[in-house]
Design a protein around this ligand. Structure first.
Ligand code: KG4
Ligand code: ZN
Length: 341
């Protein structure tokens, strides 16, 4: 089966072509620079940018994959959750494509696609469901932090999620307090590399709570108060690096501890992680160390598939069609608040 997938749920315009589990092309146009001057994603601008970029991005994906529109067997798009107007661009374009080609259309849940993205690996990137193991999956991005029990491919149950800020949002807000440009997560990661994670003691919210929920807004606030009381920290390069390392250590400890606790409780043999924050080096290192200690397999999404991309949408859509799921109607609507069932 050859399938075209579109992803426009937030600030990445992406198109991918997937054939029998292999990613033939995965083109991503990021809007980070556009939103940087506003310190966050502006939905209206994101939508206009998707409208501008979707056709060239799709043409490039088809060209790279050496596939013509007539060779497509199905068309997929992210249906939700995400920014309503941004979702509409990709979903309606995909439905138009499917209508014109008389092909089935699949509307994909964005987080469900993240869940299975760690199973896309190798060169060329290909779906590796043959090695699938039941797992606890951590999705950590700028907009979401969640733990999910994935019992089998296409069978999963949400365990917990953030009650306020997402982990990526916490990275970005703390980075902003330090004066780093948006999105500050990657820059904070770099500075933390040469800092002392034990220099300052920040709270580990909900660390000892028995549930699988997260909370990061209190941590961000405690950094704000810390900088109000110790503004001189920012005058000194090493002080900034120590601050970054200490905040990062708090976020990572909470994410890793709660993920491992859920994995032990559910007796799974595998942990996976995806979403933009999975690029964080300390998180990757600490998850690897914890999994090694507990004898669990760790599958981290490839760096190129951590942030939003259409490849994961296409791989999941194809899997759904292969497993006999019905295509969605061509007039099905976006689902901006779609909960992960
Ligand atoms: O998956 P993604 O594109 O999500 C959303 O659009 O919501 O991830 C973006 C988020 C941002 O918050 C960004 O700062 C964070 O992922 N991020 C990182 C790193 N790379 C990206 N956070 C910490 N360390 C990184 N290396
Ligand atoms: Zn995402």
């Amino acid at each position: 089966m050859t399938l075209l997938a579109l992803e426009t749920s937030c600030d990445e315009t992406s198109a991918a072509v997937v054939r029998d589990g292999r990613v033939l092309a995965n083109v991503i146009s990021s809007q980070i620079k556009l939103h940087a001057e506003y310190g966050g994603v502006v939905p209206e601008l994101a939508t206009r940018e998707h409208l501008r970029n979707l056709v060239p991005v799709t043409q490039t994906a088809l060209h790279e994959a050496r596939v013509t529109a007539a060779q497509l067997d199905a068309v997929a798009a992210t249906r939700g959750p995400g920014l309503p107007s941004a979702l509409m661009v990709g979903l309606k374009a995909a439905q138009g494509f499917a209508f014109a080609l008389r092909r089935p259309f699949v509307g994909v849940h964005h987080h469900e696609a993240h869940l299975y993205s760690p199973w896309i690996a190798g060169r060329p990137l290909s779906a590796d469901f043959a090695s699938f193991q039941p797992n606890v999956s951590l999705i950590v991005s700028g907009g979401h932090t969640m733990l999910v029990h994935v019992e089998a491919p296409l069978k999963h149950r949400l365990l917990g999620s953030t009650v306020d800020d997402a982990a990526g949002e916490c990275f970005d807000k703390v980075a902003k307090l330090i004066g780093l440009p948006y999105p500050g997560g990657p820059a904070l990661d770099c500075l933390a590399e040469q800092g002392d994670p034990g220099a300052f003691d920040f709270p580990r919210p909900l660390l000892s709570d028995p549930n699988d929920d997260f909370s990061f807004s209190g941590l961000k606030t405690s950094v704000r108060y810390f900088l109000r009381d110790h503004p001189e920290t920012l005058d000194d390069g090493q002080g900034v690096r120590d601050l970054c390392a200490s905040v990062q250590a708090a976020i990572v400890e909470v994410l890793v501890t709660k993920t491992m606790r859920a994995a032990r409780r559910l007796k799974v043999g595998c942990v996976t992680a995806s979403g933009g924050v999975t690029c964080n080096r300390a998180l990757r290192k600490e998850l690897a160390a914890a999994c090694e200690k507990d004898g669990l397999v760790l599958r981290l999404a490839e760096r190129s598939l951590c942030t939003d991309n259409a490849a994961m949408i296409g791989v999941l859509a194809e899997r759904k069609l292969e497993q006999g799921e019905s295509p969605a109607p061509l007039d099905s609507d976006i689902a901006p608040g779609w909960a992960l069932g």
